[in-house]
Design a binder for this molecule. Structure first.
Ligand SMILES: [Cu+2]
Length: 398
């Protein structure tokens, strides 16, 4: 595995959860201690970062963070061990996250050009929570390490010896020998464990659930019919809680939910998944990937001072009338003669083409986006990593 941590011994997958406080800067010097050779197959034909002197390039992107472009983990800001070699956009060793946005959930992950797919699979990902106590305490949601927990969920396949397995043959082997636009693993992993269980008290909990899969959607539900009370989506709260029996989560999305185990009529509850893969018209889930996590619910009733508030946080709406411009963004997936994807372009241009869109900070614009699909695969690809790699990063480069 590749893992984030403050030392080799304490590194974990997912990496340590970074808890930031509104208005207090976070500075992180990310250092690269990755080995000389990758543990997973990668493809030299999709323009990955390839250092001249070897090593594995990496750079960290904080997904959902609002901060300066030089701290954003541009795909070309990669660096190798000891900062021996750096990508064309690399500027500095220490990233600066200002933490001046609304409280909510983000995640950090590798973002190196052409390698994000495999570096993430190898384990380079973790949660980042921004807290703002004067805004959040009045909500009286469940708090503290025991009752407010991040759940980072992804799918992986393993060899018998426990190492990660990834098929090394590309979908278009004559064009891209190893590149597969999607990865689906057999087992479901929560916070680094396959099908874990957690004993919970008969009360409300808050779970910040990140879908850190490369391509798998999850449609979560509880085997005993418990509700999810959704309070947030990605890095923002909803205006008011929404109660639902199932939650659909695309790759890279984060849902923030409350679960009230005092409402359970059974002793156990299984967090399950029934999203076909690829979503929505792929294979049905199997025994291995339909079960996510088991909760064992304590018998004893509890005093629970947390509440489900009537209102959460309302944000000012985006005003279309004050927008300065409308842009048309067409995303297109090209396929080979065997109907397998070969590459993705935006407005007919590849990622490394010169910048065409240069919106100004502080202005509002309308983007009309058209995604042309040969398969439903592209929705997942864009929702996952290439959206940042190709879409918003491209805009950031201006
Ligand atoms: Cu991301």
């Amino acid at each position: 595995m590749f893992a984030y941590g403050t030392s080799k011994r304490s590194a974990t997958v997912p990496g340590p959860t970074i808890e930031a406080v509104y208005g207090v800067d976070t500075y992180v010097t990310w250092r690269n201690h990755l080995p000389l050779h990758h543990i997973l197959p990668w493809d030299p034909t999709i323009s990955p970062a390839i250092p001249k002197h070897g090593g594995i390039p990496t750079v960290v992107h904080l997904h959902g963070g609002i901060h300066e472009p030089t701290s954003d983990g541009n795909a070309d800001s990669w660096f190798t061990a000891g900062f021996k070699e750096t990508g064309s956009k690399w500027t500095k060793k220490t990233t600066h996250y200002v933490n001046k946005q609304q409280p909510g959930n983000m995640w950090y992950h590798d973002h190196a050009a052409g390698l994000t797919r495999v570096n993430l699979l190898a384990g380079l990902l973790g949660s980042y929570i921004l807290r703002h106590s004067s805004v959040e305490s009045p909500l009286r949601l469940p708090t503290g390490r025991e009752f407010d927990r991040p759940l980072v969920i992804f799918d992986r396949s393993f060899r018998k010896d426990g190492s990660i397995y990834m098929n090394a043959t590309g979908n278009n082997p004559t064009i891209h020998p190893q590149w597969q636009p999607e990865y689906f693993g057999d087992a479901i992993i929560v916070n680094g464990k396959a099908w874990p269980r957690l004993t919970v008290r008969r009360r409300k909990y808050r779970f910040r659930i990140t879908n850190a899969s490369n391509a798998r959607f999850f449609r979560f539900f509880f085997s005993n019919g418990l509700d999810f009370i959704v309070v947030g989506s990605d890095s923002a709260y909803l205006a008011k809680p929404v109660s639902t029996k199932s939650v659909l989560l695309a790759p890279s999305e984060i849902v923030d939910v409350l679960v009230d185990f005092s409402k359970s009529t059974s002793k156990t509850a299984i967090l399950a998944n029934n999203a076909p893969y690829p979503y929505p018209s792929g294979d049905p889930v199997t025994e291995e990937n339909s079960k996510v996590m088991k909760f064992i619910i304590n018998y004893k009733s509890e005093v629970d001072t947390s509440i489900i508030p009537k209102k959460l946080i309302e944000y000012p709406p985006a005003h279309v009338s004050t927008s300065t411009r409308t842009r048309y963004i067409a995303m297109f997936e090209y396929v080979s003669s065997i109907d397998e994807p070969t590459h993705l372009y935006i407005n007919g241009l590849p990622y490394n083409a010169p910048v065409t869109e240069t919106p100004k900070i502080g202005t509002s614009e309308v983007f009309i986006t058209k995604i042309s699909l040969f398969t439903n695969r592209i929705v997942q690809i864009f929702n996952a990593y290439n959206n940042e790699g190709v879409g918003s990063d491209k805009l950031n480069r201006g």
